[in-house]
Design a protein around this ligand. Structure first.
Ligand code: 9YT
Length: 132
């Protein structure tokens, strides 16, 4: 069995920080579970363009508020504590932080290696650097 705490992971190279979000990747490809698990903060009043063409992702909002817009149809969905969104069609989207930071629990299939950040098209590559 593997046991990790968020506090420990946040103090390690598992924590990735960008301009609009940070993410602590607590479980990664190396753990050989077939998915990865992350605790992500989406910063208030930001917008991030995301298009996971190589991954399926599901995201549960633990706290805070914001919204998600699907690019294909312009639909906007409110996000608040208790909301789960499931990108089952590799949906291209705009993720917006609201008046407060959003704390999210995220799972990815296939699992991330650890160092992924979005490219200009909002994509994560399949082969990124591994966290050691
Ligand atoms: C919700 C979302 O996709 N945020 C971007 C970061 C991502 N959760 C990650 O890499 O952990």
């Amino acid at each position: 069995m593997i046991v990790r705490t968020l506090a420990d992971c946040e103090q390690s190279n598992r924590k990735i920080v960008t301009e609009t979000w940070d993410s602590t990747r607590m479980l990664l490809k190396d753990d050989k579970m077939g998915f990865s698990f992350h605790i992500t903060t989406i910063f208030a009043n930001t917008e991030t363009h995301i298009h996971y063409q190589n991954h399926l992702e599901s995201v549960y909002c633990i706290s805070g508020n914001g919204e998600i817009e699907t690019v294909a149809d312009g639909k906007i969905y409110k996000i608040e504590a208790g909301t789960l969104y499931i990108l089952d069609k590799h949906d291209e989207h705009l993720l917006r932080g609201g008046s407060e930071d959003m704390k999210m629990a995220c799972v990815f299939n296939p699992p991330l290696n650890g160092k992924e950040v979005h490219d200009d098209s909002g994509v994560y590559p399949l082969e990124a650097e591994t966290v050691v």
